[in-house]
Design a protein around this ligand. Structure first.
Ligand code: ZN
Length: 124
């Protein structure tokens, strides 16, 4: 996903999954990992329920957004999701003006000095 919409940075609440719900999610793909599309051996391999679109990137916590995934595949995806989320949050912070510029413009509105139209520098 090359672009994360700014409004998408929000976190849905995560509800606990019962074993029956886990079985439902497993049977949705018949035990195929939603990330690498390989069959998961539920006895020998560790697997988790993965939110296909991460909750922190605005994904819903519902059945349609879940699928089984190898734990190793999910770790990679989670790392990438965190990177995207951090970027989207930085963009949102800048977009709504929640943060001031780290390097303000010389003689800008935050500077104690201002430059007049004639070029003189005077205290603001
Ligand atoms: Zn996998």
């Amino acid at each position: 996903m090359p672009f994360v919409q700014i409004a998408d940075v929000s976190t849905a609440t995560r509800r606990r999954l019962t074993p029956h719900r886990r079985l439902q999610v497993w049977e949705k793909t018949d035990g195929v990992c939603v990330l690498c599309e390989c069959q998961i051996d539920g006895v020998r391999e560790r697997w988790i329920i993965e939110h296909i679109r991460a909750l922190e990137l605005g994904g819903p916590d519902d059945f349609g957004n879940m699928g089984p995934a190898h734990e190793a595949c999910a770790l990679d995806k989670t790392r990438d999701d965190h990177r995207r989320t951090a970027r989207a949050k930085r963009q949102k912070i800048r977009h709504i003006g929640a943060d001031s510029a780290k390097r303000p413009l010389p003689y800008g509105k935050t500077s104690p000095w201002k430059r007049t139209l004639s070029g003189r520098v005077v205290p603001r």
